[in-house]
Design a protein around this ligand. Structure first.
Ligand SMILES: [Zn+2]
Length: 233
């Protein structure tokens, strides 16, 4: 295996490793990102609180209506019971019964209003609850997909690392040092293929002698513009 080809293969392995590394860190972020779930959980909590509030308001309103009805029964019992004979007292009782009935209708309106609020809160709570189940299911499904992909990528990474060790073992140190420093300077790409008489990384057209040298594959040849190692195979 020629040296330029070895370095080209090493570059392919490293590029694959770079891709795997990038995807693995994306996966790790996605696995930790529970923002959507937390948002719906917060909505669920607040709709539960709201439902409790309006149910308790309805209970109180119902109690007030019951209490008021009892007061009216008592007042009317006195009014029509025959014990009170004095016209002035009877008139007072009559007035009181009317006032109690008037207030009863106010209390009944409040009860109705509370019932409508409970209906509304129940609908919202049911919708949010369904949404929460949906998001939980989605999150579980997504996470299981991600974990599966993560496991596959880790396996592939281990294989490529082995491959890399083998590739490095047969390559002179000075070439590896050049390769590593180019990888650092040139966004991970140290070796560029020759395509259409040009460096495929930077696009510079190569002169005839450079092309010939790159195609011979007997020595390290570098692009005159970007300095990358050229692979003319
Ligand atoms: Zn170049």
């Amino acid at each position: 295996m020629s040296l330029p080809f070895k370095l080209f293969r090493l570059q392919q392995t490293d590029s694959q490793l770079d891709q795997i590394h990038a995807r693995l860190s994306e996966i790790a972020n996605q696995l930790n990102d529970l923002a959507a779930l937390h948002e719906v959980e917060a909505q669920f909590e607040s709709s539960t609180t709201r439902l409790k509030e309006v149910r308790s308001r309805l209970q109180k309103a119902e109690q007030c209506v019951k209490d008021q009805s009892i007061k009216i029964e008592l007042a009317e019992a006195s009014l029509y019971g025959g014990k009170v004979q004095n016209p002035k007292e009877l008139q007072d009782l009559q007035n009181e019964a009317v006032a109690l009935r008037n207030f009863l209708s106010v209390l009944e309106d409040r009860q109705l209003e509370a019932m409508l609020l409970v209906d509304e809160a129940e609908q919202i709570h049911a919708a949010v609850s369904a949404k929460l189940n949906e998001v939980k299911e989605e999150t579980t499904a997504l996470n299981s997909r991600l974990l599966k992909e993560q496991a596959q990528l880790e396996k592939e990474r281990a294989r490529l690392r082995e491959e890399r060790l083998v590739a490095i073992a047969g390559t002179p140190t000075e070439n590896l040092e050049l390769y590593d420093s180019l990888r650092k300077q040139r966004r991970g790409l140290a070796v560029a293929q020759v395509a259409d008489n040009a460096c495929s990384a930077c696009g510079t057209t190569l002169n005839a002698s450079l092309l010939q040298a790159a195609r011979a594959l007997t020595q390290i040849v570098r692009c005159s513009s970007c300095g990358r190692i050229l692979y003319g195979g």
